[in-house]
Design a protein around this ligand. Structure first.
Ligand code: CTP
Ligand code: MG
Length: 242
């Protein structure tokens, strides 16, 4: 496990509703290229990354295969929820791969250093690893329009991807039978685990410890229209620095 290649699952099947009308988010353009191409190129810049499986919008599997042909990745159809897409990609990953990252296509400018930091901690023996950043805003709990509490900001972290896991643990967290993670028949609706907004949340629900490493501002998730402007600015900054 120490130096074995690490597999990466890339959920890219979302519609991008918060981005507004247009193509599915992974196919929206950034500096003349689809977001997903930026994301996969970024992963290929991390030397520890081995097999990559992309979960594409079901209607766009063929165009995504063509788009990603230069990067040697597998492309499968994603599902209705992000978790469904992650499970579909995991089921298609080479069964020999023991360490797995899950990385949002929407975090398309994530520096390779973040990927390597997660991998290093996994290879050092952690079962689950997440990159995090301190939170800038004060976060409150509300009930309707009424504030019911204020969380202590110093102890809060915003969580990014890639999130790294031992493969057997990720399979168990997603309700896939461990030992037969490549068995496509295992991806059954009834096997769905409880809802969580990230993969580490599913692992936490199993009572397994999750370790944090430093995230990066440029690993932000393209979510709203303003994020596209920010992404263009980051790319322009990188061009000038070259
Ligand atoms: N994702 C996926 N399958 C889904 C939903 C989301 O693979 N059914 C992926 C997205 O493509 C994205 C990542 O999960 O790379 C994070 O999701 P998010 O940022 O919420 O993207 P969307 O779901 O596309 O955006 P929105 O929620 O605004 O529709
Ligand atoms: Mg979403």
């Amino acid at each position: 496990v120490t130096t074995a290649p690490v597999g990466v699952l890339v959920p890219a099947a979302g519609l991008g509703v918060r981005l507004g009308a247009g193509a599915p988010k992974a196919l929206r353009e950034l500096a003349g290229e689809p977001l997903l191409a930026h994301a996969v190129r970024g992963l290929r810049a991390a030397s520890s990354v081995g097999p990559v499986v992309v979960a594409a919008p079901a209607a766009d599997v063929e165009p995504v295969r063509a788009l990603l042909a230069p990067y040697d990745v597998a492309v499968v159809a994603g599902g209705r929820e992000r978790q469904d897409s992650v499970r579909a990609a995991l089921a298609a990953l080479d069964p020999a791969v023991e360490l797995v990252l899950v990385h949002d296509a929407a975090r398309c400018l994530t520096p390779a250093g973040v990927v390597e930091a997660v991998v290093d901690r996994l290879r050092a023996g952690a079962e689950a690893v997440v990159p995090v950043l301190p939170v800038a805003d004060t976060v409150k709990q509300v009930d309707g329009d009424r504030v019911v509490g204020t969380l202590e900001r110093a102890s809060l972290r915003a969580v990014q991807t890639p999130q790294g896991f031992r493969r057997d643990l990720l399979a168990r967290a997603h309700g896939l039978p461990v030992g037969h993670p490549h068995d496509a028949a295992a991806v059954l609706p009834g096997a769905a685990p409880p809802a969580a907004t990230d993969d580490a949340g599913l692992v936490e629900a199993l009572g397994v410890a999750v370790t944090t490493v430093a995230g990066h501002e440029e690993a932000f998730k393209v979510t709203r229209p303003l994020d596209l402007l920010l992404a263009e600015a980051v790319l322009e900054g990188r061009r000038r620095a070259r």
